[in-house]
Ligand binder design. Structure first.
Ligand SMILES: [Zn+2]
Ligand SMILES: [Zn+2]
Length: 354
């Protein structure tokens, strides 16, 4: 198989030849047709996350080894089944759920693979992913039928889609007219607006530093858009929401956004932290108790949520994120365009097999 791989952190991806894996047991070999280029690929490529206070979390220390074909928003065709793989056949087009764990523990068996504490084996992070011509799914249950959804769009549901869907589910239930605050109107933010609207939520308050992005959010159906720059952001959020809020989904999750998001919470409010911008939040402990607040992290989503999202999409009420396809062999170029902030919507690599 060919792969456009990280050979050295922070250096251009290289086209390399790797042995095509042979599916064993319940494994399924999938020939990649589409793969989204996600912002977290930039962190994996650089080799670290900023965890605040000038500290970095090295991905090498966490078990990421090079060379690595990144890419976790994968759609492809079943190419070969292991002897114990059932339920799919060669040629089937499937989304490959990438956030896999050990496959054996209670979490994995309950289809909460992304919460596995035993072993992280995510595709495109700890194992080769969709920046290559082939990937291995450990079990057919990780292959999800995209139905009639455009495969380039369906690919993005494996990360950006379920990331916002899972975060929104943690903020729910809320009455359709209760304000829900979404911090960040980039790709994930636009996706969050689309999912909330598909779930019939009407009162979406978006916060972003960019006037252009606020404008786009309002066009996409946000009820209000708040400038997230400078002083007084909390006050502006509370004004826009008509009072302290019950739910904030922070898709940026940096020191500044976490601060104003936390401070905007009303009694019983929830702050769902999603972004990986980096930084720290100091929490006043008595306030936490007195206001009965929840600060909850949310990391990607599980296969059940991916299936629910596809179902929502099939019903036709979910506005698709704008995607642009790029030939797979231009993976490096696509990644650099994302790094340089030149991408609106999502770039999706399209392979010769598509
Ligand atoms: Zn991602
Ligand atoms: Zn597990």
């Amino acid at each position: 198989m060919r792969a456009w791989a990280v050979v050295e952190n922070g250096k251009p991806l290289k086209e390399i030849e790797l042995p095509t894996p042979e599916p064993k047991g319940t494994e399924v070999l999938v020939e990649v047709t589409h793969c989204g280029v996600c912002h977290s690929d930039l962190h994996i490529w650089e080799g670290y996350y900023d965890i605040g206070g000038g500290k970095r979390m090295s991905l090498g220390d966490r078990g990421v080894t090079l060379p690595l074909a990144m890419g976790h928003e994968i759609v492809g065709r079943v190419a070969k089944l292991g002897p114990d793989a059932k339920g799919v056949k060669v040629g089937d087009l499937r989304i490959v759920y990438p956030w896999i764990g050990c496959g054996q523990c209670e979490k994995c068996l309950a289809e909460e693979d992304n919460m596995c504490a035993v072993a992280a084996r995510s595709l495109g992070v700890y194992q080769n992913g969709g920046y290559g011509t082939h990937v291995i799914a450990p079990h057919p249950r990780h292959l999800i039928d995209p139905g009639t959804v455009d495969p380039a769009v369906a690919a993005t549901y494996a990360c950006s889609g379920i990331t916002v869907y899972s975060a929104i589910k943690k903020a729910m239930p809320l009455p359709p007219d209760a304000p829900i605050v979404v911090v960040g109107a980039g790709g994930l933010g636009m996706n969050a607006i689309a999912v909330l609207k598909a779930l019939k939520h009407r009162n979406i308050v978006v916060v972003d530093v960019s006037a252009e992005k606020r404008e786009a959010a309002l066009k996409a159906g946000a009820a209000k858009a708040v400038d997230g720059s400078g002083e007084g952001v909390t006050k502006r959020i509370v004004e826009a929401a008509g009072g302290p809020v019950q739910a904030v989904i922070d898709l940026v999750n940096g020191t500044a956004t976490a601060r104003f998001a936390f401070d905007a919470l009303g009694k019983g409010g929830k702050l769902i932290q999603v972004g990986l911008f980096g930084g720290e939040l100091t929490v006043p402990l008595p306030i936490m108790a007195i206001r009965a607040l929840t600060v909850q992290g949310s990391y990607v989503g599980n296969p059940k949520e991916l299936r629910e999202l596809i179902q929502l999409s099939q019903q036709g009420s979910l506005q698709a994120l704008p995607v642009a396809t790029v030939p797979q062999e231009q993976a490096n170029d696509a990644l650099m365009r994302l790094r340089d902030g030149k991408v609106t919507g999502r770039l999706v690599l399209k392979s010769a097999a598509a």
